[in-house]
Design a protein around this ligand. Structure first.
Ligand SMILES: Nc1ncnc2c1ncn2[C@@H]1O[C@H](COP(=O)(O)OP(=O)(O)O)[C@@H](O)[C@H]1O
Ligand SMILES: [Mg+2]
Length: 307
């Protein structure tokens, strides 16, 4: 079974796509894992970053997008999930110059409309009870169909709480919540945390010990100012926070720069590579048990783990 990571926050511009791509590069290149990125956001930033503009257009022309996958799967039970993936994506290489095993279910500009259509289709053939739960569950099952082919599935969620985003959060082993340390961001963290834990208010949330929570908050855009530190501490009273923080750096912004020439991960991330190393190591440590389970199904991956 693959480890499923959702990168989510109700706010846009907090670094969800950046963190998704950083995790994808580091787990596939440094960790030697088989990684799939699922682009859930209609802004499709992860797809554009991993495929480049032309590659993304080709994927859409070839009906390799999350919308095509959902539409076809609702019409027929016989879809082949692998047919909807763009393979060996991204612009980084392993140290030996090999391509990492990094694939993508490309995003779609139409995913919001498609979800509305799927909902209406479902509504027309049902008694109307539990429709939302039904749709989210079906989408969640479709998102799990790569379980045996990948070690890590990273889902870059949309800022709003769409059906697919709900489904991704529901099936995730861990939900990573990047946030900007400013006051506007606080409320967005509260809301995503309730969804991740399936509770209705912060009182109920406080009854769930930090160690049992599926989500963890990741401070991003940190410039080292005192006010930020206070705010991060304030978030930490209510929510679990990662030990590491992502600084505001040009090298991290480079995650968004697509280069037609593949390069090493160090060359791509420049002054952000240490942040990337810390991000990878901390997430890998916290999901170590799930990863061992995820990779327990082939001899090759067993050998890679114990190497
Ligand atoms: N730590 C960082 N340092 C510098 N720029 C960053 C950092 N994190 C994200 N960015 C930039 O901020 C913008 C928004 O990030 P993005 O990942 O698209 O957020 P989201 O997916 O939450 O909307 C992008 O231009 C990205 O390059
Ligand atoms: Mg995004």
């Amino acid at each position: 079974m693959a480890l499923h990571l959702a990168v989510a926050n109700r706010k846009g511009g907090v670094g969800k796509s950046t963190v998704s791509v950083m995790l994808a590069h580091s787990f596939s290149v440094w960790g030697g894992k088989r990684v799939l990125v699922v682009d859930i956001d209609s802004q499709c930033n992860a797809s554009i970053i991993l495929l480049g503009g032309r590659g993304w257009r080709e994927a859409r022309d070839g009906r390799k997008t999350i919308s095509d996958y959902f539409i076809d799967s609702f019409k027929t039970p016989h879809t082949v999930p692998g047919n909807y993936l763009a393979v060996e994506v991204g612009d980084v290489t392993c140290s030996a110059g090999r391509r990492p095993k990094l694939d993508l279910l490309p995003g779609s500009l139409l995913i919001d409309e498609v979800q509305g259509d799927l909902f209406l289709d479902l509504a027309s053939g049902s008694s109307g009870k539990n429709l939302i739960i039904d749709l989210s569950r079906r989408l969640g099952m479709l998102l799990r169909r790569w379980d045996s082919e990948y070690d890590v599935v990273i889902m870059d969620c949309a800022p709003g709480l769409s059906f697919v985003t709900h489904a991704a959060i529901a099936i995730a082993d861990r939900v990573i919540v990047p946030f900007r340390p400013d006051y506007v961001s606080l409320m967005a963290i509260d809301r995503i945390s309730l969804v991740a834990e399936g509770v209705t208010n912060l009182d109920e949330l406080s009854a769930v010990p930090f160690a049992r929570r599926r989500y963890v908050c990741l401070p991003n855009f940190v410039r080292g100012r005192g006010a930020e530190r206070l705010l991060i501490e304030e978030v930490g009273i209510t929510h679990p926070i990662m030990d590491m923080q992502l600084s505001h750096r040009d090298g991290i912004a480079n995650a968004f720069e697509w280069s037609p020439e593949a390069r090493t991960i160090d060359a791509k991330y420049g002054d952000g590579v240490q942040d990337l190393r810390r991000l990878h190591d901390e997430i890998a440590r916290t999901v170590a048990n799930n990863l061992t389970r995820a990779m327990g199904h082939t001899d090759d991956t067993h050998r890679a783990l114990s190497a």
